[in-house]
Design a protein around this ligand. Structure first.
Ligand code: MBD
Ligand code: FE
Length: 306
């Protein structure tokens, strides 16, 4: 079929047959996507069997709750970041900490505190280093923002996230810290290990067919927000990880690389009440002021909560 025949057919099935009120945006998107799908079936001569395998794949992926993981692994989520960057630039918005993908593993409802939180429940094995993350939240002029909401989540030493990994305690390695009067936050936690897609999962099954791995570098996720500022969704990825620039989810970006510095100084350790070496990361955030007409940085998507 040629494109005109395809468009006529899609219109018949989706526009001409409407018998009640239409959601025009949904109609517009469905008509466009179906037309593009039919065109791809023509161009690639996709067989009936291949089409059904594709639909079965989505069934399985949805049942496994891996559609969010798939979106990350296929670069869809990173693509949306690049589009958001472009929209910001067009709206004249510059500066601030770069955004990067949320990923599929946020859980709402983590315990809240001011200035400081310990994120881990003490169950990590001894060969996983203690990690202190410290930083500030400022505006793009460097003015401190007290009471900014810093939501942090990261993986354990096996690359697993609490809630999704039922072996972990509730909200392990997940906290909300409000910055103190100086705009500072401090997190005492354990070194995350990079996530790998479930080896028997649907996302990895597709990645295998594409000859790709499903690994992320060690990283820590953030939502940073404050009244009057644009909400920031970002992460830092930790220098030295072999997947730093080979992230299956394409989340590593310039400006979002953290250096974990090993602290061995006895005085410093005892000041912190620790008896073994630890790693330290400084990661500061700059938020951009909310502006009229700016594209929203709030994304409405289904998220877990506990
Ligand atoms: C993760 O931890 C993650 O951050 C992303 C983007 C995808 C899968 C697991
Ligand atoms: Fe992650």
């Amino acid at each position: 079929m040629n494109r005109q025949e395809i468009d006529t057919l899609v219109k018949q099935m989706n526009v001409d047959t409407a018998i009640r009120e239409v959601n025009p945006r949904v109609q517009q998107i469905v008509v466009r996507l179906l037309g593009d799908l039919f065109q791809a079936i023509e161009d690639l001569d996709i067989s009936q069997t291949e089409l059904w395998k594709g639909l079965e794949y989505f069934t399985d992926t949805g049942q496994a709750n891996e559609l969010g993981l798939l979106a990350a692994g296929l670069g869809l989520e990173h693509y949306l970041d690049l589009r958001a960057d472009e929209a910001d630039a067009k709206a004249g918005i510059t500066g601030g900490t770069p955004r990067t993908i949320e990923g599929p593993l946020y859980v709402a409802g983590a315990p809240e505190s001011v200035g400081f939180a310990r994120l881990d429940d003490g169950s990590e094995s001894d060969h996983i280093d203690t990690l202190i993350i410290e930083g500030t939240v400022t505006d793009t002029q460097g003015n401190m923002i007290p009471n900014a909401k810093v939501e942090i989540w990261h993986a354990n030493g096996l690359g697993n996230y609490s809630f999704f990994d039922k072996a972990q305690s509730e909200f392990n390695l997940r906290r909300t810290i409000f910055t103190d009067a100086d705009g500072k936050y401090t997190a005492l936690t354990t070194m995350p290990v990079g996530y790998g897609c479930p080896p028997e999962g649907t996302t990895q099954a597709l990645l295998n067919k594409l000859g790709r791995h499903g690994n992320r570098p060690s990283h820590v996720h953030y939502f940073v927000s404050a009244p009057g500022y644009r909400k920031l969704t970002t992460q830092f990825n930790i220098e030295g990880d072999k997947y730093l620039w080979d992230d299956f989810a394409f989340a590593t970006r310039d400006g979002l690389i953290a250096k974990a510095i090993e602290i061995t100084d006895e005085a410093e350790l005892s000041r912190r009440g620790l008896d073994k070496p630890l790693k330290h990361i400084t990661f500061n955030f700059e938020l951009v002021k909310e502006v009229d007409q700016a594209p929203s940085t709030e994304v409405d998507r289904r998220r877990a909560s506990a």
